[in-house]
Design a binder for this molecule. Structure first.
Ligand code: AMP
Length: 436
């Protein structure tokens, strides 16, 4: 038997209903906040991620699915391709490639799609996973650096989680500084680490050499007392980063979005500046981050584009769906009416009636070929249908149909035109707000 590749999985119904529900809600929210969809290729030039996410990050150094593509001619070298591990780099590449800065104002994009990282699979961590993300990017003159942009993005996320009925989320907030203050902080960090490097975990010893900021993110329990004693980014912010961070917090407070400061929050990607954040959820265990994001004011320039400060986030859709399942509020799609034709001669009548009712938005399943009333009603109940409609000679001739409510057992006789109104008072739309 051929199985799905390690770390990948099939998403099956009925769970896919929850995925569609989440995506429909997200799209609706993006519309209200005036974000528009962007779709970038899953396949990109490996260099894109080396230059944005950073060569020393775990993502690029250890977790990429990358390979050298076949050369076109023998004399040529192949191009190195990669499955995207995240989508911000692709969006900023597209922003530069299509000169999107020439469009007026700030650009607000969102995307929904698969990402790939060769991580060790576990609950909530996959090699193919899905992100719903958004980016706000544009020239400074268009207001892209404003702390209000940061706060608005965070408020939108809080609204999404609240709107989905997800309880118990925490917004963790930090400022990771900028090109002005980062070198000074890094030097202080390196100095402090120099004395303790022999006592920290092997991974952190490597990070000390390659990317000391990541030491702050270490989860190894024995390292924690040492990490607590290290310098804090918040003590090294320059004046403009400090003011920016204070403003973000002020706006968030005014908007009523709760947050906690976490001065050890560093993100696993090099391009972040200033505001960095994560939304975590208590019920998810070790992989408790559902959303990650932050500013990337220098990213466009580092990819050869114009100055275009920006901020974005990525929601881990796999984990968001898990959080939703934890909260118990998952949508289910239900057959409204199971039409049970009593005899092969009724098949055509059933097909015609099904077409009529489906046009009215009623979810119809047409019964099987057993044509036995008892069996049909059993199947209808098993498949979770709300009503069964019995279709025999008599019904066709009289135009009166027996409609059985499978939950109550109650049966009524209705004319064709009244079928819709009879069931629609209780019609279910799994995406409607009332249902949740
Ligand atoms: P990042 O792109 O690393 O900032 O991650 C943003 C969000 O994507 C995280 O908070 C997770 O919810 C999700 N995520 C990242 N990596 C994985 C993975 N391997 N499997 C599932 N979700 C992931």
């Amino acid at each position: 038997m051929i199985r799905a590749v390690r770390g990948t999985r099939d998403l099956l119904p009925p769970e896919t209903e929850t995925w569609n529900f989440v995506e429909a809600r997200a799209r609706e929210l993006f519309r209200v906040y005036n974000f528009q969809e962007i779709r970038t290729p899953i396949l990109e030039d490996l260099q894109l991620f080396q230059r944005s996410v950073g060569e020393e990050t775990d993502i690029v150094s250890k977790e990429m699915f990358a390979w050298e593509d076949r050369a076109r001619a023998q004399s040529e070298k192949g191009q190195w391709l990669a499955l995207r591990p995240e989508n911000t780099a692709g969006v900023v590449r597209a922003y530069i490639e299509h000169k999107l800065w020439e469009r007026p104002g700030l650009q607000r994009f969102y995307y929904i799609g698969p990402q790939f990282r060769r991580e060790r699979p576990q609950k909530g961590r996959y090699r193919q996973f899905y992100q719903i993300g958004a980016e706000v990017i544009g020239p400074s003159a268009a207001g892209s650096e404003s702390p209000v942009v940061d706060a608005e993005l965070l408020e939108m996320l809080a609204s999404l989680l609240d709107g989905l009925g997800i309880k118990g989320w925490t917004l963790e907030l930090n400022s990771v500084g900028c090109a002005n203050d980062r070198p000074i902080f890094l030097e202080a960090l390196r100095n402090a680490l120099k004395d303790v490097v022999g006592k920290i975990c092997v991974d952190c010893q490597r990070r000390y050499e390659t990317n000391p900021l990541r030491v702050l993110d270490c989860k190894v329990p024995e390292d924690q007392p040492i990490i607590e004693g290290l310098p804090k980014q918040s003590d090294y912010l320059d004046e403009s980063c400090r003011t920016h961070f204070v403003e973000v917090q002020k706006v968030l407070t005014a908007l009523g979005v709760p947050f906690v400061l976490n001065n050890r929050l560093v993100r696993g990607l090099d391009y972040y500046t200033r505001t960095a954040f994560e939304f975590t959820h208590g019920a998810l265990g070790a992989q408790n981050a559902i959303i990650g994001g932050g500013r990337y004011d220098g990213l466009s320039e580092s990819l050869g584009g114009p100055a275009a400060p920006g901020i974005g986030f990525a929601i881990g859709e796999d984990r968001l769906v898990m959080a939703l399942q934890e909260s118990g509020a998952v949508p289910v799609s239900v057959t409204d009416i199971y039409i049970a034709p009593l005899g092969a001669g009724m098949n055509i009548h059933a097909a015609v009636l099904a077409r009529e009712l489906r046009k009215q938005g009623i979810v119809i399943t047409v019964g099987d070929e057993t044509f036995r009333l008892k069996k049909s009603l059993e199947t209808a109940s098993k498949t979770g249908a709300r009503y069964a409609l019995i279709l025999g000679e008599n019904e066709v001739v009289s135009g009166q149909f027996a409609l059985k409510n499978l939950a109550t057992g109650e049966q009524v006789s209705v004319v064709r035109k009244e079928i819709f109104s009879n069931i629609s008072s209780a019609a279910r739309d799994p995406y409607s707000a009332e249902e949740r």
